[in-house]
Ligand binder design. Sequence first.
Ligand code: 13P
Length: 352
Amino acid sequence: MNKFVKMNIDPMKTKELISTANSIVSNHKGLLAMDESLPTANKRFAKLEIPQTEEMRRAYRELLATTPGLGEFISGAILFDETIRQKTKDGRPIVKVLADAGIIPGIKVDTGAKEMAGRPGEKITEGLDGLRERLVEYYRMGARFAKWRVVITIGDNIPSRTCLEANAHALARYAALCQETGLVPVVEPEVLMDGDHTLEQCFEVTEEVLRTVFNQLFLQGVMLEGMILKPNMIVPGLKCTKQETAEEVADATVKCFRRAVPAAVPGITFLSGGQSAELASDRLNAMNQRFKSKLPWELSFSYGRALQQPALEIWRGDNANAEKAQKALYHRSKCNYAARRGEYSSKMEKEI
Ligand code: 13P
């Protein structure tokens, strides 16, 4: 890297970043995304007629974080600002509960995707103003990694280069600020599954998105060994009439990532993006079964809905269902832990 591009990071911080990034993807574990913003959390609650209050969100997140044995399969959990400040009913900070279970606390730091000026259908993720100060505070609170999500929509004449470059630039500036603070950036460019586009179209757009993002990460001097990539898989749109098999999705995803993701990145933790829980496990499994020994990076998960949804549907706001809901989260985590080794099968679904 040329001396004008390289970031000046304290050597101790560099060591810490590399160590945290590797811990996130080691031992076949993955991330639990439990960082839904207030509007998203409330939307998911509303569908199940769960009251949309701060106390209900706290109780739900306590349920997730206190799941017995979760640390066997989950290396880190991504929290929302509200949650990182909350405590369990008996007064223990949620961050401490996670850390005690061997789960690294992480934090969502973008402030959401907003309509892009004069570009209908396209979004730009905001949150850079004041970010350095917020990162310092989160690090003091115990967070060791952070997430920033960008959303890219496939549609008529979109995404535009304008949208890709602007979002990639913001992602890279966020990632550089994270590394300066000692937080591992989880860089999330999400090409949405909404629409009727084909797998090939998803491939083409995702390759361009990833190349644009890594170009900007290079320009900002981000250390690839101390970051994690959180992308979409290469899948057809939800309304596309042709839905490929898990093996075809695995082949296309690995082909795309081999082209666009540098080998120095320690791990790729996929988002689930609206796939069913079982499909998300099956596709991750197919990738690891076919390619695990031949890839430079770990292929892991950072699922939100695909880990949580069954548990949320069991809980439904009633703590009498808490234990059963925790078992469902434990089970999904175990399935994805197996998928990381290429050892998941639909038979596992009968264990619960
Ligand atoms: P899903 O797995 O539900 O897509 O959530 C992952 C995430 O963190 C999105 O930002």
